[in-house]
Design a protein around this ligand. Structure first.
Ligand code: HEC
Length: 215
């Protein structure tokens, strides 16, 4: 019985200790058992510094010679946004979820397709496979929901929506906007269309001399 009371008392003390002070405020320095990275050897900007490498004794570093101030395009968001090239969206259709541009705004050239192939093989093939049928290496590793990009739904999709999927991802696919710059995304879209076309062609698309040879 003694042990029961001891245990009972300790568990009440522990419960109160852990939950009783939640939401309370204190101005005292918190007790840091593991101080993680809360305290770091760092310098605050524009303060004194005794760091031997900084001969002028100031924490902020001067710009290297020849530095040119840049106006970042993203700052002017409306102009940036109104160019379908950047977003895959045509805001003249309205600010609606499905305002994707129908056709790739970049002229389709053989260089663009080459670049698209190069980027596709790096960024998309691991999951979607070289033939875009969803049979990449990750399937063998257990990722079973990778989309088959020959699906009629995706074939009919506007180019802008595929651009958007590359940028932000979709459902379980993560976005590649941070890894693949805008022009490369359009190159990938163009190349993906070429892969899709490769399974949509008929005998009539084959030039006559080549068809002769095939027979
Ligand atoms: C890490 C694996 C992975 C990579 C890499 C990947 N995808 Fe995906 N992708 C998926 C998965 C999984 C889905 C299915 C998402 C869902 O609907 O759950 C998908 C779906 C899609 C879809 C269909 C979206 C829809 O509307 O249903 C498109 C288009 C697509 N991917 C294009 C690409 C392109 C282009 C690349 C290369 C830039 C790429 N993916 C890279 C895993 C990947």
């Amino acid at each position: 019985m003694r042990y029961f009371f001891l245990f009972f008392f300790l568990s009440i003390a522990a419960t109160l200790g852990i939950t009783g002070f939640r939401g309370g405020y204190s101005t005292r320095t918190p007790l840091q058992v593991f101080n993680d990275m809360k305290n770091q050897a760092k310098l605050r900007p524009q303060t004194d510094s005794t760091f031997p490498g900084f001969a002028d004794g100031v924490s902020s570093r001067p710009f290297p010679a020849g530095t040119v101030a840049q106006q970042v395009g993203y700052q002017d968001n409306t102009t940036w946004k109104n160019d379908p090239f950047n977003t895959g969206r045509d805001f003249s259709k309205g600010d609606i979820p499905n305002n994707f541009v129908e056709v790739n705004p970049v002229p389709i050239t053989s260089e663009l397709l080459k670049r698209g192939q190069d980027r596709y093989l790096i960024y998309c093939q691991p999951c979607h496979g070289a033939q875009a049928d969803g049979n990449g290496i990750t399937k063998k590793l257990g990722m079973s929901t990778v989309a088959n990009l020959h699906d009629p739904r995706i074939i009919k999709m506007n180019d802008g929506e595929i651009f958007n999927t590359i940028t932000y991802g979709k459902n379980t696919m993560m976005g590649y906007g941070g890894n693949v710059p805008v022009p490369d995304r359009w190159a990938i879209v163009a190349y993906l269309r070429a892969i899709q076309l490769s399974r949509l062609g008929s005998k009539d698309d084959v030039p006559a001399p080549v068809l002769e040879k095939l027979k």
